[in-house]
Design a protein around this ligand. Sequence first.
Ligand code: 173
Length: 323
Amino acid sequence: MKTTLMLAAAALATTAALAARSLKAQETTLRVVSAFSENTQYVKNLEGFIGKVNNAGKGVVHLNFIGGPKAMPPFEVGNAVRTGVVDIALTTGAFYTNIMPEADALKLTQLPATELRKNGGHDLINKIWSEKANMVYLARITDYSPFHLYLTKKIDKPDLDGLKIRITPVYRDFFQALGATVMQTPPGEVYTALERGVVDGYGWPIHGIFDLNWHEKTKFRVDPGFYNAEVSIVMNLDKWKSLSPQQRDLLNREAMALEANHDFWKKYNDGEIRRQKEAGIQVISFDAATAKQYYDKAYEVGWASIIKASPQYGPQMRKLFSR
Ligand code: 173
C-alpha cells in the first residue's frame, strides 16, 4: 500500500514536472525594438501593449523590449524586421521606404485603424507587407494626429522658397512642391540641425516636440496639419508563421485592443497644442481658401508620388484609405 502510494506520488510529480517543462517550451520570446526614442509617447504605449501581452501570455509568448534608436538606427529597423534580425518593431512607414514605396502610404489614411480593419484596408496592408517586406502588419499605434510644419522663421503664405526644411519621406514631395530645399534626418538629429541653423524648420506630428526639446528652438507652427501620423507595430513574417494559433491570437487580440483605444490621441494632442501655446510657439494660419489649397495639395502630391512608385497597389490603397 505504502509503495503504491509512493509510486503514485512519484508519477504525479513527474507528470507535473513534464507539464511545467512543456509549458516553458511553448513560451516563445520575441525581440522588440523601437525606431522612436524611449521617452516618446509612442514607446509608452508600446510598453503598455508589451505589458498586456506578457501578462496574458504567461507561458505562451513573451515580448522582450531591447530598446530605441541607441540600440538600432531608425532607418535600419525596417530591414532588421524584414530579415529577422529582430522579431517585432515599433516604427513608421517613412523609415522603411528603402524596402518598398508603399510603406509611406500609411500616412495618407483618412480612416481610423478600426475602420480599416472593417473595410479591407488592413488586409490590403498585410497583403502588401507580406509580399514585399516579409512583414506582418500587427497594429497601428497612432491615429487622429496630423503632421505639421514647424519653423524658426515667419512665413505669410505657403511658399517655402529659400527655406531649408528637415524632412523624412513623409514630407519630401509636399515641402518640395511648396518650394523648400529639404534635408532628411532621423529625429535624433533635429535638435542639433535647428541649433546650428542648418535648417529653418522641420516636419513632425502635432505631438511630441517636447520629447526631444525642439520647443526650445521652435518659433512657429503652421496650420492646418495634414495627413495622419502613422506609427505601427510590425513583425517578421517567418517568425509569425512559426507561432502557434494561440500565440497569434493573443498578439492579434492585444493589437486590436490597442487600436480600439486610439481616442487616447485626441486628448493627448489637445494637451500638446496647449503646451505649445504655453511655450510661446505661435501659430501661422492662412485664409480659408489658401488653407484648403495647402491641405489638398498635401494629399494630391502624396498620392501622386505613391501611385507613381506603385502603380500596382497605389490606387487600391487610395480607394480604401480615403474618406
Ligand atoms: O521623423 C519623422 O518626421 C517622421 O517621419 C514621423 C513619422 C511618424 C511619426 C513621427 C514622425
